[in-house]
Design a protein around this ligand. Structure first.
Ligand code: SOE
Length: 398
């Protein structure tokens, strides 16, 4: 059987997991890598045992054997690379955020839909089996009418001022930092599990570390910072934010994001309460789902293929008692993406749990509304109407 050819552009922390996932699939061949220079591409190709190393992303896209392009570059490169891949008729798997803003996101969504290629955004927390189980519980009405959805996504890797990442540079990361980088995951997960959209937001954004010290190159996420400091950088984008939210189904809620909160490594938590029961999922304890009641004892459900919902079972790889990890959930998303590609990439063939460019665009709309809400002194801001205005205005200036 001929394998599907893939190439990856922008090898960083997450690129290794794209490659591991694809190799675990077995029917996909990692053909090429492209870096920012020939030397960086060669080094990555050697390290990851990939045969072809391209100096530019266009060279990789032009390789006729490559059918799928994985875009794992920093945010400011997402649009140009994904657009070039779509123009060449390639399927695209992009890391979040989809682009730098909603206007670019909309153009990518339209272009990919028109080209008929698969378009995937790696909102990877959807790939957790207990997230899919929680989603089935909500959809099946087990929680009763929903009233409250809250949680957070907290990290600490940007605590030290000596960590300066491209995420804090509006030209490379976009006008928002923490909300775009990790708030986008929380909102996607909340809407995915709740099965209803956030219709309005009221946001409060803060920059806890307004001066950072750059070592001349971007710090890798989750590193402790470089002490060979070369330049002082004034940062305006947020590293902490709290947002009140209202869902279309009437539920209310709130979430906070922060990347400067000591002790929090990759602490994403989602809690949903209905009139009958509540559920809570924490990424750092991803093999457990807490289910809470008013009139009977609370329980903690351990991940077990025998007990998860039918829809969630395919996301479980191991028997009960065998812990699964971040990379297994990431694999699940990549497997869904390639199943979609193998089935022809038509809208009807898309696995239900898989996030597409439509979801990537949606995340931009939410963040636009949060930025606007904060800029107006913390005013309730409608998501759809604001994003439609912002996308139209920005497209008119193109
Ligand atoms: C860094 O904050 C980061 O790698 C994000 O960019 C990812 O999207 C998140 O899943 C883990 O943290």
């Amino acid at each position: 059987m001929k394998k599907i050819g893939m190439g990856i552009i922008g090898p960083g922390f997450v690129a290794t997991h794209h490659i591991d996932a694809v190799r675990r699939l077995g029917n996909v061949e990692v053909l090429a890598v492209a870096g920012s220079t020939q030397e960086s591409a060669d080094a990555k190709a050697r390290e990851l045992r990939i045969d072809r190393a391209y100096e530019t992303y266009q060279d990789l896209i032009d390789d006729p054997e490559i059918q799928v392009v994985h875009n794992t570059t920093p945010n400011y490169l997402h649009y140009a690379i994904s657009m070039a891949a779509i123009a060449a008729g390639k399927h695209v798997i992009s890391d979040k955020p989809l682009a730098m803003n909603s206007a670019e996101g909309r153009l990518l969504l339209d272009a990919a839909s028109e080209a008929g290629v698969a378009h995937v955004v790696t909102f990877n927390y959807r790939g957790n089996p207990l997230i899919q189980h929680a989603r089935s519980m909500v959809a099946g009405g087990e929680l009763g009418p929903l009233c409250f959805v809250h949680g957070h996504y907290l990290q600490d890797w940007m605590t030290s001022p000596s960590v300066y990442s491209w995420r804090s540079d509006p030209k490379k990361g976009g006008s928002s930092s923490a909300l775009t980088d990790i708030g986008s995951h929380w909102c996607d997960l909340a809407e995915h599990v709740v099965g209803s959209r956030i219709k309005a937001v009221l946001a409060d954004l803060t920059t806890v570390v307004p001066v950072r010290y750059s070592a001349g190159k971007s710090a890798e996420a989750f590193t402790k910072g470089d002490h060979k400091i070369s330049a002082e950088v004034h940062v305006e984008s947020e590293d902490l934010a709290s947002v009140l939210i209202r869902f279309e189904n009437g539920a209310k809620g709130s979430f906070s994001v922060g990347q400067v909160l000591p002790g929090n490594k990759n602490n994403i938590q989602l809690e949903i309460s209905g009139r009958e029961s509540s559920l809570r999922w924490q990424q750092e304890r991803q093999n457990e789902l807490w289910i809470g009641y008013h009139d009977q004892p609370n329980r903690v459900m351990a991940k077990d293929p025998a007990f998860v919902s039918d829809g969630a079972r395919r996301y479980v790889h191991l028997p009960g008692g065998h812990q699964e990890a971040w990379s297994d959930a990431f694999f699940n998303v990549i497997r869904d993406a390639y199943e979609w590609i193998s089935a022809g990439a038509g809208p009807e063939a898309k696995p239900d749990a898989l996030a597409t460019f439509a979801d990537g665009y949606r995340a931009h709309c939410l963040i636009d509304a949060m930025i606007a809400s904060h800029a107006e002194g913390g005013r309730w801001t409608e998501v759809e109407s604001h994003s439609a205005r912002a996308a139209t205005a920005s497209l008119q200036t193109k």
